[in-house]
Design a protein around this ligand. Structure first.
Ligand SMILES: [Zn+2]
Length: 251
């Protein structure tokens, strides 16, 4: 959960907490850290499309190549296919730099090696903000998170804390902020009006992966359904425009 003092008073919603507030705009460099190819594509990429259109720089760093994610396909064949799909996908939302750290898909563990690799990425790209995915146990009732996402998200938090405590980042005038997307209770939102189409195009680039996942439904149709669900308007927020939610994990 984010610091509740970040939130405005919203007496009308005492049970569920305050409505999210707009995501900050006083930054230029973003590093997105995720476990697998396609992880940025379920909503977050709509925000990415807006950010890059505004002239901000966004870099993707992925722990794995998603090589275990295509059922029935040899990981050595699947890995390069999924990397290529991720690069094409990133291009739709203005991201040119996509890096893969080579950790094993479906066996990601929050260990020293992973935290070191994450810390190296943060040092290398020197972001103003670091964005990863929700690492809690479930997105909602009956919607459990995956082990890889939980281990990776925890590793991002730990690596971030170690870095901030170390000289390299701590000596900077402004240390990066850390955010998680897809938290079921977001503290902030990005209005993605006008950026839903590139996000759908981005998800639809994961053709091989999605066509195996659901052979009956055309990939483009799957992508549209998924993205529109993830950016669905929230009552009372952003004039009913499509939004992507984020939660501030570190100041
Ligand atoms: Zn994933």
């Amino acid at each position: 959960m984010s610091d509740p003092t970040d939130r405005p008073e919203q007496d009308s919603q005492p049970e569920t907490g305050a409505l999210p507030v707009p995501f900050p705009t006083d930054w230029t460099r973003c590093l997105i850290l995720v476990a697998h190819p396609d992880d940025p594509e379920y909503g977050m990429s709509a925000a990415v499309a807006r950010w890059t259109a505004e002239g901000r720089s966004v870099v993707y760093v992925l722990a794995s190549s998603g090589e275990a994610g295509i059922e029935g396909m040899d990981p050595e064949i699947a890995g390069p296919i999924r990397e290529e799909e991720q690069r094409r996908s990133a291009a739709h939302v203005g991201v040119d730099t996509v890096e893969f750290l080579g950790f094993p898909d479906s066996r990601i563990v929050n260990n020293g090696e992973l935290r070191d690799a994450i810390a190296d990425s943060i040092r290398k790209h020197r972001p103003d903000i670091v964005v990863s995915l929700y690492s809690g146990p479930e997105f909602g009732p009956g919607m459990p998170n995956q082990s890889d996402h939980m281990e990776f998200g925890d590793a991002v938090g730990a690596a971030f804390d170690d870095l901030v405590a170390a000289v390299g980042v701590d000596s900077r005038e402004g240390r990066p902020q850390m955010w998680f997307e897809s938290d079921p209770r977001p503290s902030h939102y990005v209005d993605v009006t006008g950026f839903v189409d590139p996000a759908i195009a981005a998800l639809a680039e994961h053709k091989e992966y999605m066509s195996v996942l659901d052979p009956q439904t055309p990939v483009r149709e799957q992508a549209q359904t998924q993205v529109e669900r993830m950016v669905a308007p929230v009552e009372g927020l952003a004039d009913g425009n499509p939004v992507v939610g984020f939660t501030r994990k570190r100041p």
